[in-house]
Design a protein around this ligand. Structure first.
Ligand code: GYE
Length: 336
């Protein structure tokens, strides 16, 4: 929006008319239309499309930052590569967009590109996963989830369930399937489990493997684990896709997934599909992670446009669902 003053557009149009080139006039008129529109130009680097959660997150951004709402959104899918995200952000800088938004694949490695954005005077909003930079003024705002808290919700629920079942002293064999290594979603959720292992000496990690937040990878990984052991009490998956993949593999191997008389599957996200598994009892606990971040980003941008200062870190409120209390209505009323 800030890039094209109407006067420049008018001059360009006039030049076209004086030259008498009709094709140019059409093109110029089109440009003029765009230029004098008051659209706020936002470059958004999305990490990928690895999960249902991610698809819902992209949709939320697209609908909140729509043209009807006053935005031109330049959407780039980085296909789960940090290098692609850095390239996309650099392109946004060259395009001189009004705002840059990105959902970082991992926490580290962003300092130089953020420095470039700052040198160009473009505010950066980080969404979903967090970043670590020495100079926090390199980004204007972060909006996302408290992943450590999500993990703590999960392990506290498990402690309570095992207590209720009279298994507090029993050895509990836990398979841990992790998300994208180095992402703040993985780091927070893994850290909570690691801390709980220290607190509960009877909890044993059978194995810790990478599931990349995808159903396919978790299925493959779980199949491999089941060839070594079937003595599993809990599978701690770091998102719904992984839980579904692990459940597929366990069911094929003849295991039952159920909180009372089978493997206790723990998941994160609480997408409609994940919650359907929870309703069926296959996922015992699903900790919510809210992907509907578009309206929060739009709100931050609107406040910056008014010259207001915004909170630098904001966590979205989240809840959890378990197979004992979930109902069909809870799933139907959800936005993702
Ligand atoms: O849990 C997972 C996704 O970063 C919170 O990434 C996000 C995670 C989410 O692919 O499904």
């Amino acid at each position: 929006m800030k890039k094209f003053p109407a006067i420049v557009c008018f001059a360009a149009l006039l030049t076209g008319i004086l030259c008498g080139c009709s094709a140019d006039i059409d093109a110029t008129a089109e440009t003029q239309e765009k230029e004098i529109s008051n659209l706020i130009v936002v470059g958004f680097s999305q990490v990928g499309a690895e999960s249902e959660w991610r698809v819902a997150n992209s949709e939320s951004m697209k609908s909140a930052l729509s043209e009807a709402n006053g935005y031109e959104l330049i959407f780039d899918d980085a296909r789960n590569e940090q290098g692609n995200q850095i390239r996309a952000i650099r392109t946004f800088i060259q395009q001189d967009v009004d705002y840059i938004v990105f959902s970082p694949r991992v926490e580290t490695g962003w300092t130089s590109i953020l420095q470039e954005a700052r040198d160009a005077g473009i505010p950066v909003i980080v969404i979903d996963r967090d970043i670590i930079v020495e100079d926090r003024s390199l980004y204007t705002a972060y909006i996302g989830s408290d992943f450590r808290k999500e993990g703590e919700t999960a392990v506290t629920w498990l402690e309570n369930l095992l207590k209720k079942q009279g298994r507090s002293e029993d050895t509990i064999h836990i398979v841990h399937i992790q998300g994208t290594i180095g992402s703040s979603a993985q780091l927070g959720r893994s850290a909570a489990l690691d801390a709980a292992i220290v607190q509960n000496p009877n909890w044993e990690i059978v194995t810790q493997e990478q599931g990349d937040f995808t159903r396919a990878k978790a299925y493959e990984v779980m199949q491999g684990i089941l060839q070594t052991t079937k003595d599993i009490d809990v599978v701690y998956c770091e998102n719904d896709g992984e839980a579904l993949g692990a459940i597929d593999a366990m069911q094929e191997a003849g295991l039952t997934c159920n909180a009372d008389d089978g493997v206790i599957v723990i998941s994160f996200d609480a997408t409609k599909l994940g919650l359907t598994y929870c309703l069926e009892g296959k996922i015992a606990l699903n900790v919510e992670c809210n992907p509907l971040q578009g309206p929060y980003v739009a709100d931050i941008i609107q406040r910056l446009q008014q010259g207001e200062t915004v909170e630098q870190e904001k966590y979205i409120d989240e809840t959890w669902f378990d197979s004992y209390t979930i109902t069909k209505d809870m799933i139907e009323g959800r936005g993702y």
